[in-house]
Write a protein that binds this ligand. Sequence first.
Ligand code: ADP
Length: 208
Amino acid sequence: MTFVVGLTGGIGSGKSAASAWFESQGIIVVDADLAARDVVQKNQPTLQAIHQAFGDWVLQKDGELNRRALREHIFKTPEARKALEQITHPAIRSSIIQQLMQADSPYAILVSPLLFETNQHELTQRTLLIDASEELQIQRASQRDGQTEEQIRTIIAAQMPRANKQQVADDIVLNDGHLDHLYQHLLPLHQEYLTLALQASALKKQPD
Ligand code: ADP
Protein backbone atom coordinates (compact mmCIF):
# COMPACT_ATOMS: atom_id res chain seq x y z
CA MET A 1 0.00 0.00 0.00
CA THR A 2 1.13 3.52 -0.73
CA PHE A 3 2.22 5.99 1.98
CA VAL A 4 -0.96 7.38 3.56
CA VAL A 5 -1.41 10.77 5.20
CA GLY A 6 -4.50 11.06 7.40
CA LEU A 7 -6.12 14.49 7.19
CA THR A 8 -8.55 15.55 9.88
CA GLY A 9 -10.06 18.54 11.63
CA GLY A 10 -13.34 19.58 13.21
CA ILE A 11 -16.41 20.59 11.24
CA GLY A 12 -15.76 23.71 9.15
CA SER A 13 -12.02 23.67 9.85
CA GLY A 14 -11.17 23.42 6.16
CA LYS A 15 -10.61 19.68 5.54
CA SER A 16 -12.41 19.74 2.20
CA ALA A 17 -10.57 22.88 1.10
CA ALA A 18 -7.22 21.29 2.03
CA SER A 19 -8.14 17.98 0.36
CA ALA A 20 -9.10 19.76 -2.84
CA TRP A 21 -5.69 21.45 -2.87
CA PHE A 22 -3.86 18.10 -2.45
CA GLU A 23 -6.00 16.70 -5.28
CA SER A 24 -4.95 19.61 -7.47
CA GLN A 25 -1.35 18.47 -6.86
CA GLY A 26 -2.20 15.02 -8.26
CA ILE A 27 -2.66 13.29 -4.92
CA ILE A 28 -5.44 10.70 -4.59
CA VAL A 29 -7.83 11.60 -1.78
CA VAL A 30 -9.96 8.90 -0.15
CA ASP A 31 -12.91 10.37 1.75
CA ALA A 32 -14.14 8.45 4.82
CA ASP A 33 -17.48 10.30 4.77
CA LEU A 34 -18.11 9.21 1.19
CA ALA A 35 -17.15 5.63 2.07
CA ALA A 36 -19.60 5.76 4.98
CA ARG A 37 -22.36 6.84 2.63
CA ASP A 38 -21.47 4.25 -0.02
CA VAL A 39 -21.64 1.24 2.28
CA VAL A 40 -25.28 1.95 3.19
CA GLN A 41 -26.48 2.37 -0.39
CA LYS A 42 -29.49 0.31 -1.42
CA ASN A 43 -28.76 -3.42 -1.79
CA GLN A 44 -25.35 -3.19 -0.09
CA PRO A 45 -24.73 -6.02 2.43
CA THR A 46 -24.17 -3.41 5.17
CA LEU A 47 -27.66 -1.99 4.63
CA GLN A 48 -29.09 -5.52 4.75
CA ALA A 49 -27.28 -6.09 8.07
CA ILE A 50 -28.71 -2.84 9.48
CA HIS A 51 -32.17 -3.87 8.31
CA GLN A 52 -31.83 -7.24 10.05
CA ALA A 53 -30.52 -5.71 13.27
CA PHE A 54 -33.03 -2.84 13.57
CA GLY A 55 -36.15 -3.87 11.66
CA ASP A 56 -38.24 -2.71 8.72
CA TRP A 57 -38.58 0.88 9.92
CA VAL A 58 -34.94 1.64 8.94
CA LEU A 59 -35.87 1.32 5.25
CA GLN A 60 -37.93 3.74 3.21
CA LYS A 61 -40.57 2.39 0.83
CA ASP A 62 -38.05 2.57 -2.02
CA GLY A 63 -35.56 0.38 -0.11
CA GLU A 64 -33.17 3.23 0.68
CA LEU A 65 -31.94 3.82 4.24
CA ASN A 66 -34.18 6.12 6.26
CA ARG A 67 -31.29 8.19 7.56
CA ARG A 68 -33.38 10.57 9.56
CA ALA A 69 -35.23 7.82 11.48
CA LEU A 70 -31.98 5.99 12.18
CA ARG A 71 -30.22 9.19 13.25
CA GLU A 72 -33.02 10.02 15.68
CA HIS A 73 -33.03 6.47 17.05
CA ILE A 74 -29.28 6.35 17.77
CA PHE A 75 -29.38 9.85 19.20
CA LYS A 76 -31.84 8.63 21.84
CA THR A 77 -30.35 5.16 22.39
CA PRO A 78 -26.58 4.93 22.96
CA GLU A 79 -26.59 1.10 22.70
CA ALA A 80 -28.18 1.39 19.28
CA ARG A 81 -25.36 3.68 18.20
CA LYS A 82 -22.83 1.07 19.31
CA ALA A 83 -24.68 -1.71 17.51
CA LEU A 84 -24.84 0.39 14.34
CA GLU A 85 -21.14 1.25 14.50
CA GLN A 86 -20.27 -2.42 14.94
CA ILE A 87 -21.98 -3.07 11.62
CA THR A 88 -20.79 0.00 9.70
CA HIS A 89 -17.22 0.60 10.90
CA PRO A 90 -15.67 -2.63 9.55
CA ALA A 91 -17.42 -2.07 6.20
CA ILE A 92 -16.22 1.54 6.00
CA ARG A 93 -12.70 0.42 6.88
CA SER A 94 -12.67 -2.26 4.15
CA SER A 95 -13.92 0.23 1.60
CA ILE A 96 -11.20 2.72 2.61
CA ILE A 97 -8.48 0.05 2.44
CA GLN A 98 -9.65 -1.06 -0.98
CA GLN A 99 -9.52 2.51 -2.29
CA LEU A 100 -6.11 3.18 -0.71
CA MET A 101 -4.72 0.01 -2.31
CA GLN A 102 -5.79 1.32 -5.71
CA ALA A 103 -4.29 4.79 -5.16
CA ASP A 104 -1.52 5.29 -7.68
CA SER A 105 -0.24 8.73 -6.65
CA PRO A 106 3.16 9.14 -4.88
CA TYR A 107 1.23 9.13 -1.60
CA ALA A 108 -2.48 9.18 -0.73
CA ILE A 109 -4.62 11.24 1.63
CA LEU A 110 -7.31 9.74 3.84
CA VAL A 111 -9.62 12.57 4.87
CA SER A 112 -11.83 11.81 7.86
CA PRO A 113 -13.53 14.01 10.46
CA LEU A 114 -13.20 11.10 12.91
CA LEU A 115 -9.68 9.95 12.08
CA PHE A 116 -8.57 9.78 15.72
CA GLU A 117 -11.99 8.92 17.18
CA THR A 118 -12.21 5.74 15.07
CA ASN A 119 -9.37 3.34 14.31
CA GLN A 120 -8.90 4.90 10.88
CA HIS A 121 -5.64 6.59 11.91
CA GLU A 122 -4.12 3.08 12.04
CA LEU A 123 -4.33 3.06 8.24
CA THR A 124 -2.05 6.11 8.01
CA GLN A 125 1.67 6.72 8.43
CA ARG A 126 1.36 10.42 9.16
CA THR A 127 -1.43 12.72 10.32
CA LEU A 128 -2.26 16.32 9.46
CA LEU A 129 -4.69 18.42 11.47
CA ILE A 130 -6.44 21.34 9.80
CA ASP A 131 -7.09 23.53 12.79
CA ALA A 132 -9.37 26.51 13.32
CA SER A 133 -10.91 28.33 16.25
CA GLU A 134 -14.45 27.39 17.25
CA GLU A 135 -15.65 30.84 16.14
CA LEU A 136 -14.24 30.31 12.65
CA GLN A 137 -15.61 26.75 12.50
CA ILE A 138 -19.11 28.03 13.32
CA GLN A 139 -18.88 30.94 10.91
CA ARG A 140 -17.68 28.76 8.01
CA ALA A 141 -19.93 25.77 8.61
CA SER A 142 -23.06 27.93 9.03
CA GLN A 143 -22.30 29.81 5.81
CA ARG A 144 -21.66 26.53 3.98
CA ASP A 145 -24.71 24.49 4.99
CA GLY A 146 -27.01 26.95 6.70
CA GLN A 147 -26.92 25.07 10.01
CA THR A 148 -27.61 27.05 13.16
CA GLU A 149 -24.86 27.92 15.60
CA GLU A 150 -26.44 25.53 18.10
CA GLN A 151 -26.43 22.61 15.66
CA ILE A 152 -22.77 23.21 14.87
CA ARG A 153 -21.86 23.48 18.54
CA THR A 154 -23.54 20.11 19.15
CA ILE A 155 -21.44 18.53 16.40
CA ILE A 156 -18.26 20.14 17.76
CA ALA A 157 -19.08 18.83 21.26
CA ALA A 158 -19.37 15.26 19.90
CA GLN A 159 -15.95 15.45 18.20
CA MET A 160 -12.60 15.02 19.95
CA PRO A 161 -11.60 18.32 21.61
CA ARG A 162 -9.34 20.52 19.53
CA ALA A 163 -6.54 20.46 22.13
CA ASN A 164 -6.41 16.63 22.10
CA LYS A 165 -6.19 16.55 18.33
CA GLN A 166 -3.35 19.08 18.45
CA GLN A 167 -1.48 16.76 20.79
CA VAL A 168 -1.74 13.64 18.64
CA ALA A 169 -1.36 15.08 15.12
CA ASP A 170 2.08 14.98 13.48
CA ASP A 171 1.47 18.17 11.52
CA ILE A 172 -0.87 21.09 12.17
CA VAL A 173 -1.98 23.87 9.85
CA LEU A 174 -3.88 26.71 11.43
CA ASN A 175 -6.47 27.74 8.83
CA ASP A 176 -7.17 31.22 10.14
CA GLY A 177 -6.44 33.34 7.08
CA HIS A 178 -7.41 33.43 3.41
CA LEU A 179 -7.45 30.25 1.36
CA ASP A 180 -4.13 31.29 -0.24
CA HIS A 181 -2.63 31.37 3.23
CA LEU A 182 -3.84 27.76 3.74
CA TYR A 183 -2.33 26.63 0.43
CA GLN A 184 1.00 28.32 1.28
CA HIS A 185 1.19 26.20 4.41
CA LEU A 186 0.21 23.01 2.60
CA LEU A 187 2.92 23.28 -0.05
CA PRO A 188 5.94 22.51 2.20
CA LEU A 189 3.97 19.68 3.81
CA HIS A 190 3.20 18.21 0.38
CA GLN A 191 6.93 18.32 -0.39
CA GLU A 192 7.71 16.64 2.91
CA TYR A 193 5.14 13.90 2.28
CA LEU A 194 6.64 13.25 -1.17
CA THR A 195 10.05 12.78 0.49
CA LEU A 196 8.67 10.58 3.27
CA ALA A 197 6.77 8.43 0.75
CA LEU A 198 9.92 8.01 -1.32
CA GLN A 199 11.92 7.01 1.76
CA ALA A 200 9.23 4.53 2.81
CA SER A 201 9.13 2.89 -0.60
CA ALA A 202 12.97 2.72 -0.74
CA LEU A 203 12.97 0.94 2.63
CA LYS A 204 10.39 -1.55 1.39
CA LYS A 205 12.47 -2.37 -1.67
CA GLN A 206 15.67 -3.06 0.28
CA PRO A 207 16.56 -6.77 0.32
CA ASP A 208 16.63 -8.25 3.83
P1 ADP B 1 -14.61 20.89 6.55
O1 ADP B 1 -14.46 20.00 5.35
O2 ADP B 1 -13.49 20.75 7.52
O3 ADP B 1 -15.94 20.77 7.24
P2 ADP B 1 -14.55 23.00 4.55
O4 ADP B 1 -13.27 22.78 3.84
O5 ADP B 1 -15.80 22.54 3.84
O6 ADP B 1 -14.52 22.39 6.04
O7 ADP B 1 -14.68 24.54 4.92
C1 ADP B 1 -15.90 25.09 5.43
C2 ADP B 1 -16.30 26.30 4.57
O8 ADP B 1 -15.37 27.34 4.81
C3 ADP B 1 -16.29 26.02 3.09
O9 ADP B 1 -17.33 26.74 2.48
C4 ADP B 1 -14.92 26.55 2.66
O10 ADP B 1 -14.91 26.97 1.32
C5 ADP B 1 -14.70 27.72 3.61
N1 ADP B 1 -13.27 27.91 3.95
C6 ADP B 1 -12.39 27.01 4.38
N2 ADP B 1 -11.21 27.56 4.64
C7 ADP B 1 -11.32 28.88 4.36
C8 ADP B 1 -10.44 30.01 4.41
N3 ADP B 1 -9.17 29.89 4.82
N4 ADP B 1 -10.94 31.20 4.05
C9 ADP B 1 -12.23 31.34 3.65
N5 ADP B 1 -13.10 30.33 3.58
C10 ADP B 1 -12.67 29.10 3.93
